[in-house]
Design a protein around this ligand. Structure first.
Ligand code: BEZ
Length: 212
């Protein structure tokens, strides 16, 4: 078990899931990926999270992001729980949930934080780029359900900043002005960003989102 840091290669694994055996790298192919853990099956917050995640799948698909959930129960339990999730959340869970009864994937990704709980995973999120490097890690406690709008927002930022020399400011959303990368001098930025560059301070230059 090792802490996974930004820029690390996402550890590969093969595991059982609600949709059968899954190998992470084969499942992701050339896509982006989001791997998120849940403390346990048949728990209330997790039920709302997975129903919400299913409703967001079209948005992740549009961004070429494959979804993969995990909880420390077995695949038979997952399939039974999915029936409940679909019933109460009025949705269809349409991505795999990894079965991790032996905690192999949880240990590989350091998803069990013993001082929080010795038996269950915390709510971890890993966003993985097509080259399999980890681009985002998030850790929430069991008592706080995650915000899936925020996960989409960070995917938008990661995908934008992977291809353009910009960064995204606080509370940024797709289409809003972005920050010019600090490494680019303002005179170069003015040539690069043809929609204009506003120099608020020498270190704070804004430009319209180059993708809209
Ligand atoms: C939940 O998903 O509701 C939950 C799971 C473990 C502890 C607390 C809440």
């Amino acid at each position: 078990m090792a802490t996974i840091r930004l820029g690390d290669k996402a550890p590969d694994f093969t595991a059982d899931s609600s949709m059968g055996s899954i190998n992470l790298y084969n499942y992701l192919g050339d896509s982006w990926g989001i791997l998120f853990s849940h403390p346990a099956d048949f728990t209330p917050v997790c039920t709302t999270e997975l129903g919400t995640a299913a409703k967001f799948k079209d948005e992740f698909d549009k961004r070429n992001v494959k979804m993969l959930a995990l909880s420390v129960d077995g695949s038979d339990s997952h399939r039974e729980w999915i029936k409940d999730i679909n019933e109460v959340q009025h949705t269809t869970v349409n991505f795999p949930i990894i079965a991790d009864e032996e905690r192999k994937v949880s240990d590989l990704y350091d998803m069990i934080h013993p001082k929080a709980d010795n038996n269950f995973t915390v709510r971890s999120v890993f966003i993985i780029a097509p080259d399999k490097t980890v681009k985002l890690t998030l850790t929430y406690p069991a008592s706080t359900g995650r915000n899936f709008y925020e996960l989409l927002r960070v995917v938008d930022s990661l995908q934008l900043t992977a291809y353009h020399k910009v960064a995204t400011p606080a509370n940024w959303e797709h289409g809003q002005d972005v920050v010019v990368s600090p490494s680019i001098p303002t005179n170069e930025a003015k040539e690069l960003f043809t929609k204009g560059v506003e120099e608020i301070k020498p270190y704070l230059r804004m430009t319209p989102d180059p993708t809209v």
